[in-house]
Design a protein around this ligand. Structure first.
Ligand SMILES: C[S@@+](CC[C@H](N)C(=O)[O-])C[C@H]1O[C@@H](n2cnc3c(N)ncnc32)[C@H](O)[C@@H]1O
Length: 403
C-alpha cells in the first residue's frame, strides 16, 4: 500500500490498488491510453508486485468489459452520474461479474475508494448488481453487450469471419495476452515473430521496413531472433541483414532507435519517412516489409481500450493507405526480391481485399506460398485468428517481384 495520490500529489492517505485503478479509469475516460496511463500511475505508488498486478488486471479488465459493466449498473441507476461514480460502478461491476470477487469484498473495498457525495449511490447500485450476478440468470440483451464490444465490430467480424469464428475471436480477445520473449530478450507476440521470420531476411541483404515503429519486427529481422512459423521454416540463416527501419512519426521513430540501441544492434538504420514515398532508389531493396497501420482488430486483448476508439470509417481510410504503402513497396523491391504485407487486424477490407487489389494493380508481384497451420488461407495470403494459437490476430501476404 502506498500513500498520497497516484497522480503525484502528496496527501497523507493510504493508496490501495483499487484507488489507483479508479484514478487510471478516470484518466482513460478523459482520453488517456490504458497502456500509457497504468505504467505511469504505478511509477508513483509504493504498491507491491501483487497489488501492481491487481491494478493492471482491474483497469485492463474494466476497460475491456466497459459496455457489459454499464449494462449491469444502468438497470439500477436513475439520472446522470459523475465520472468518479461511473468509474467506481464499472470497477465494482467488473469484479463482481468477471473476476468473481466475493460480493462483500468487491462492494465494500470499491465503495471505500470512491470520493465525494456519490459514494452512497455506488454502494446501493453495486449491492443490486451483486444480487443480479449471484442470482445466476442474467439475460444479456445481445452478444455485443455481453462480450462488451461496439455493435459495428461484432457485426463486421461476424460478416468477415463467420459468426462462430468471430465469436471465438471476440471471446479470446477479452482475455489477458500471454507474454513471449525472443531469444534476444525482447518481448514480442508470437504472431509478430512469425511475420518477421517469414520475411526471410538473409545475410548481406538490404531489407526495408516501411512502417517500423516501435521496431519489433525490424529488430527481429536484424538480429535473426524471431521464431519461424511451425513447419514453415524461413528463419534467418548465416548472419545479419542491413535493415532500414522507416516510420512517418518522429516520436515513434525515436522509439525504434531506442530499441535498436538497447539491443546493441549496429545493422539497423532508423529513418523518419513517409512509407508511401520512401526516400530510396526504386528496386534497391532485396526485401520489403509493409507492416501497415490498420484497425488493430486482431490485437484488442493487448489494447483494452482500443475497441472504443476505433471507428468503422477508419477501416476504409486505412485500406487506402495500405494500398499506397504496398504500391511503394512494389517499386522499392528488386526483381526477384520479396514483399511481405502484414496487418494485425481481421477485416476483409484490410486483408483479402488488399490481396485482390494487389493481384490486379501490381501484377509483377507474384504470390509466394502462404504460411500453413495455425494460419488459414485468405486470398493468396493467410489469416491467423487469435484463437488458433493464442496469439495476436494477424494477416500475412508474401509476394515476389518477377523479372
Ligand atoms: C503496425 S505499426 C508497425 C509495427 C512495427 N512494424 C513493429 O513490428 O514494431 C504501424 C506503424 O506505421 C506507421 N505509419 C503510419 N503511416 C505511415 C506512413 N505513411 N509511412 C510510414 N509509416 C507510417 C505508424 O506510425 C506506426 O508506427
Amino acid at each position: 500500500m502506498g500513500t498520497g495520490s497516484a497522480r503525484g500529489g502528496a496527501r497523507p492517505v493510504a493508496l490501495t490498488a483499487r484507488r489507483v485503478a479508479l484514478e487510471a479509469l478516470l484518466e482513460i475516460e478523459g482520453g488517456g491510453r490504458a497502456n500509457v496511463v497504468v505504467p505511469r500511475l504505478l511509477e508513483h505508488t509504493g504498491l507491491d508486485e501483487r497489488d501492481r498486478g491487481l491494478v493492471t488486471e482491474l483497469v485492463y479488465g474494466t476497460c475491456r468489459m466497459r459496455r457489459a459493466c454499464d449494462w449491469l449498473v444502468d438497470r439500477h441507476l436513475r439520472g446522470h452520474t459523475d465520472p468518479e461514480v461511473r468509474a467506481g460502478l464499472r470497477l465494482g461491476a467488473y469484479q463482481l461479474a468477471h473476476l468473481r470477487t466475493p460480493p462483500h469484498a468487491a462492494v465494500s473495498a470499491t465503495v471505500e475508494e470512491v470520493r465525494g457525495p456519490g459514494r452512497g449511490v455506488v454502494n446501493a447500485v453495486l449491492r443490486k448488481v451483486a444480487g443480479d450476478v449471484g442470482g445466476g440468470d442474467l439475460r444479456w440483451p445481445d452478444p455485443a453487450t455481453e462480450l462488451s464490444y461496439p455493435d459495428w465490430i461484432v457485426a463486421r467480424l461476424a460478416r468477415d469471419l463467420g459468426p462462430a469464428a468471430a465469436r471465438e475471436a471476440l471471446v479470446v480477445m477479452n482475455t489477458a495476452p500471454s507474454v513471449t520473449r525472443r531469444s534476444d530478450g525482447y518481448t514480442q507476440d508470437q504472431a509478430s515473430q512469425w511475420v518477421a521470420a517469414a520475411v526471410g531476411a538473409q545475410a548481406g541483404e538490404l531489407v526495408v521496413d516501411l512502417c517500423a515503429a516501435p521496431g519489433g519486427k525490424a529488430t527481429a529481422m536484424a538480429y535473426g531472433a524471431a521464431d519461424p512459423i511451425p513447419a514453415q521454416g524461413g528463419a534467418q540463416q548465416g548472419g545479419p541483414a542491413l535493415v532500414v527501419a522507416a516510420d512517418r512519426a518522429t516520436d515513434r521513430a525515436r522509439i525504434v532507435a531506442g530499441n535498436v540501441a538497447g539491443l546493441g544492434l549496429e545493422n539497423v538504420v532508423t529513418v523518419v519517412a513517409d512509407g508511401t514515398a520512401p526516400p530510396l532508389r526504386p528496386a534497391i531493396s532485396d526485401r520489403v516489409l509493409v507492416d501497415a497501420p490498420c484497425s488493430g482488430l486482431g490485437v484488442l486483448r493487448r489494447r483494452p481500450d482500443a475497441r472504443w476508439r476505433v471507428r468503422a470509417t477508419d477501416v476504409d481510410r486505412l485500406a487506402l493507405l495500405q494500398r499506397q504503402l504496398l504500391e511503394a513497396a512494389a517499386d522499392l523491391v528488386r526483381p526477384g526480391g520479396t514483399v511481405a504485407y502484414s496487418v494485425c487486424t481481421l477485416t476483409v477490407v484490410e486483408t483479402a481485399a488488399i490481396d485482390r487489389w494487389a493481384a490486379s494493380a501490381l501484377p509483377w508481384l507474384a504470390p509466394l506460398p502462404p504460411p500453413g497451420p495455425p494460419w488459414t488461407p485468405a486470398g493468396r495470403g493467410a489469416l491467423l485468428l487469435p484463437q488458433a494459437a493464442g496469439t495476436d490476430g494477424m494477416y500475412l501476404l508474401l509476394l515476389r517481384r518477377t523479372a
